[in-house]
Design a protein. Structure first.
Length: 130
């Protein structure tokens, strides 16, 4: 059975990034993390996003003491995979190589990232994916 793709808006992704990077948090914790990143949002807005994300099944909440603590139920990697697959399907009819070539030609990479790319290419050339 195929995994269901969950559509997340930009503001929802900002909330998810806060949960991925900070682990389980209260609404106030997420709000503070967003403020640290220069995002001006109200407490009630963050609560609304967390409630929507919980309804979508990507966030879970537990009542601890007087506040709810929210945690991500899906990983950053699963969202990344889903979004990139959708992009590749939309722009290149499922062909990933043009996207990869575009990124290599137009983006900057650190020496470590270049080394990782070289290793992946070497592994592909040798016939082993890992």
């Amino acid at each position: 059975m195929a995994k269901k793709t969950v559509e997340l808006g930009e503001a929802e992704l900002a909330v998810m990034r806060a949960l991925w990077e900070g682990g389980p948090q209260t609404v106030r914790d997420v709000l503070n993390r967003l403020h640290e990143r220069g995002k001006t949002v109200a407490y009630t807005t963050v609560l609304t996003f967390l409630t929507r994300l919980e309804q979508k099944g990507v966030v879970a909440s537990d009542k601890r003491d007087t506040a709810y603590v929210y945690r991500a139920r899906i990983s950053r990697q699963s969202v990344t995979t889903s979004r990139i697959k959708a992009l590749v399907d939309q722009l290149y009819d499922g062909a990933a190589a043009p996207v990869l070539l575009h990124l290599i030609e137009n983006e900057r990479f650190t020496p470590d990232e270049i080394a990782q790319l070289r290793k992946l290419i070497d592994d592909l050339d040798a016939g082993s994916p890992e």
